[in-house]
Design a protein around this ligand. Structure first.
Ligand SMILES: Cc1cc2nc3c(=O)[nH]c(=O)nc-3n(C[C@H](O)[C@H](O)[C@H](O)COP(=O)(O)OP(=O)(O)OC[C@H]3O[C@@H](n4cnc5c(N)ncnc54)[C@H](O)[C@@H]3O)c2cc1C
Ligand code: FES
Length: 282
């Protein structure tokens, strides 16, 4: 069992858990993830390693409540334990001194991109972070990302902080400016990663995206996380999750991510009924 040693509620539906998992913490690197199962009836689902402390033996994950499993996880607090916590999984981010690296993130990814920004900074890169959210109330770990960034560009859909608009706009401006950008890393919703990749493609700047297809085993055996890159099948759990955004079949990925929407709705409804004790669902 893996004990939760700290819980923070960062936003109403976004939570941080620090979990005692010494073997995962000892081997973790930026860009990797874990697959966890809360209890014997639970499904396996992946979360990115947002931070780790090899000495303390802890791993930090940050997640958004969106369905049955993440809502069940949100019921746990300090002292509770998780049944399975497998990792670190996936290939670490390729880190070297590229020159200037732009790290683009949106949603919960403003936390999961932080270790990548830190590693890029430590490798000697100039790091420019571009962070997007619907409004300023949805920012968290801003201070942490600022610490690792030489420049920070904030965007909000409603204009409540920074530039009013989406992340592709300052990204395009940066690429068109006199700043020489050597690599772009994008983490966030698939649609955001797709449009950032389309923005960088005409400029010929290598763009790495962290894909989030549905995963089950995380070992390359079940085939569930397959993605198509320039017509070649790859498994995001073992070949990724990071890939060249210019090669990804985005439309195929977006369709596959919605494969189980009906089942997910039933599971979420069952979860809600259990919480409210309606007694109509098993
Ligand atoms: C490599 C990777 C890293 C991720 N890191 C994070 C993270 O750090 N924080 C975070 O909040 N979320 C992260 N996710 C997404 C997270 O796994 C899903 O939000 C979670 O599985 C939803 O489960 P649910 O039962 O609560 O919701 P459901 O209602 O079951 O699903 C909602 C949506 O989540 C996605 N999803 C569902 N099950 C899975 C699964 N087994 N594998 C992948 N996606 C699934 C699907 O797109 C689905 O439509 C990551 C996904 C991947 C692949
Ligand atoms: S999750 Fe099964 S092959 Fe990747």
């Amino acid at each position: 069992m893996y004990t939760i040693v700290e819980r923070q509620d960062l936003l109403p539906r976004v939570h941080l858990l620090k979990i005692q998992a010494p073997k995962v913490a000892a081997a973790a690197a930026a860009g990797q993830f874990v697959i966890l199962r809360i209890d014997a009836e639970g499904e396996r689902f992946p979360l990115t390693i947002a931070d780790w402390d090899a000495q303390a033996g802890t791993v930090t994950v940050i997640y958004m409540e969106i369905g049955a499993s993440t809502r069940k996880l949100a019921k746990l607090g300090e002292g509770d334990a998780i049944l399975d916590f497998a990792g670190p999984l996936g290939k670490p981010t390729e880190i070297e001194n590229f020159g200037t690296v732009v790290c683009v993130s949106g949603g919960f990814a403003m936390a999961t991109i932080a270790p990548i920004a830190r590693a890029m900074k430590e490798a000697g890169n100039r790091v420019i972070s571009v962070v997007g959210a619907r409004s300023k109330d949805l920012f968290f770990w801003h201070d942490r990302l600022t610490k690792y960034s030489d420049e920070m560009i904030v965007c909000t859909d409603d204009g409540s902080a920074g530039i009013k608009g989406v992340v592709t706009e300052p990204l395009r401006d940066l690429l068109a400016s006199s700043t020489k950008v050597d690599r772009v890393i994008v983490i966030g919703p698939s649609v955001m990663m797709k449009f950032c990749s389309k923005t960088t493609q005409p400029f010929g700047v290598k763009t790495i995206v962290s894909l989030n297809p549905i995963m089950i085993d995380g070992t390359g055996m079940c085939g569930c996380c397959r993605v198509s890159l320039d017509g070649q099948t790859r498994f995001a759990c073992v070949d990724g999750p990071e890939f060249d955004g210019h090669k990804v079949d985005w439309d195929g990925l977006l369709v596959r991510q919605k494969s189980y929407v009906a089942e997910e709705a039933v599971a979420a409804e069952r979860c809600r009924c259990k919480e409210e004790g309606c007694g109509n669902h098993g």
